[in-house]
Ligand binder design. Sequence first.
Ligand code: GCB
Length: 644
Amino acid sequence: MLMGPLIYVFVLAHAAVQIDCILYPRESETREVRTLDGLWNFAVPPTANKSLGFYQQWYSHDLNRNEQVSSILMPVPSSYNDITQDAELRDHLGVVWYDRTFFVPKSWASQRVWLRFSSVSYAAQVWINGELLLVHEMGHLPFESELGEYLLYGQENRVTVACDNTLLPTTVPQGNVQEVNTDNGKKYIQTYTFDFFNYAGIHRSVHLYTTPQQFIEDVSVVTVIDQDGETGVVYYNVSSRVNNAVRLTLYDRDGQAVASEVGTPNNEGTLKVPNAKLWWPYLMDPEPGYLYTMEVELFNDDNDQIVDVYRLKVGIREVTWSNTSLYMNGKPVYLHGFGKHEDSDIRGKGLDFPVIIKDFNLIKWVGGNTFRTSHYPYAEEIMDLADETGIMVIDECPSVDTDLFSSTLLEKHKSSLTQLIARDKNHPSVIAWSIANEPRTQTKAAGEYFGKVANHTRKLDPRRPITLAVARGVSEDQSGQHMDFISFNRYNAWYSNPGHLDMVTLNVIKEATQWHEKYNKPVLMSEYGGDTLAGLHLYPAYIWTEEYQVALFSKHFEAFDHLRDKEWFIGEYVWNFADFKTAQTYTRVGGNNKGIFTRQRQPKAAAYHLRRRYFAIANELYNATLPNDLYLYTASVQKYHEEL
Ligand code: GCB
């Protein structure tokens, strides 16, 4: 109907993608890795003819040498939306085109050469030297292909990417396209109900890498702790297209080999580490995030030479759960952290190391021990840092506000989890899978749908609990029966009863208790908060001010402390870590302002307030050391107060 002038052809033509192995490209003595990050050529087809790039085959020539195309330079990785001054590009709907050239050395001709995209949002079609190589649908998740005969060795090659940001009722997440009348005639616009800007582009790194002809295709690791409580057990499975032997060696941080075994590909093997140093979350142990390095070596056909080497970081830890608690290495954990976004000025959702490192520094500064990757998978580099810092992650797939539960959607939703688990299964920081945020879970159809998605996820990974951030009321929800713990989002004194700070504490206690009573499962509050304009002050506390955010948090803290006495309440996640951009609406001032940090990562008053709570909890539960700048000196009476 409305689809005609737009190009979702490849979105629609392409069914769910099944990706079950996708190792992060890492250099070794047998592998080379290059990035194609940098400045690419970028072109947008005219609004009146969005398919022009396909008709004129823009992939056949360099975009910047094609007289029919007007191209500009575009940084990769980055969202394209905020790079120019053009509102049309910011709000663009449909396909955009990227290309660049690169050299491949002659020496690579004897290797396998792979091209890997860490994330293109939402759908991508990729050509090499004018030949179609790859089609992928789903933002925030990697995809790759071997280049083989498409590549010119010892010569220049061209990679072209068509990237389509169109969201439909059958995409994950869902959106709609509407035809509207404007002063300049009819046009199509994208609508969506989720509350973050639909940034698009080549969002993460593009890697070119080599493997030998016989190569390690995938490595899966599951860790448990033996009954003696001291021996770490690492179950592994190495995939390869050959049946040659594999040797696995685990090294500690000092480079000492602590376990080694020779096994066969595509079979499970076991490494045992006596007196293992366990992976612990931040603040739960003086040395959080302890990682071993697992070296995987593949032998040749005669089993007398090593042909491929891949190294993977491994944290030895065991996540378990009951109907009252979540345990890390057998100890109950209390989750205190954030809902986040990948979002920053100019680059939008593009990978940006300064922002990533700043965020980890701030999480640690506040004393958070966890975040949820609301509302889509975050960059692999972020997951690596979570492993290293000991920050626990609830890993969310890109399903937000899901509604209209079709079978096409179900397949894609399942595929998003297949792809996510293939990518993140080995991260010790991942403690749970979140299979959706705020879906419409009040109907029987929704219950059945989420039962299927949960079963699919559980089959892929039975060793991590499954949750879903629910927004519907306790009595109407149909999804909780399929979850391992209940996460609920609720905005007391904000969307409900705005301005009424005396209508928070009892409501939170009551609702959390009802969730537990209904499903007999652990419960966490996965979102609460209120928009706050940094620098806006009114006392007594008034909605949108810094005073109000602090007071609203305090009212929740009272509820959480009451609930913490019940074992089944397992955590609190502030919404949000930082302010972030949204679609334009009259409820958002420059975006969503519920951050405890501004979009530029400067603290609001609530950041200091939350910091005192998070450290107090860590001190109470795990004897974590309090930072000495938690309270600034005021008077000697304060010392007495702190000792109480
Ligand atoms: C929610 C959503 C989140 C929004 C938030 C808000 O419940 O899960 O995506 O940003 O509310 O601030 O409205």
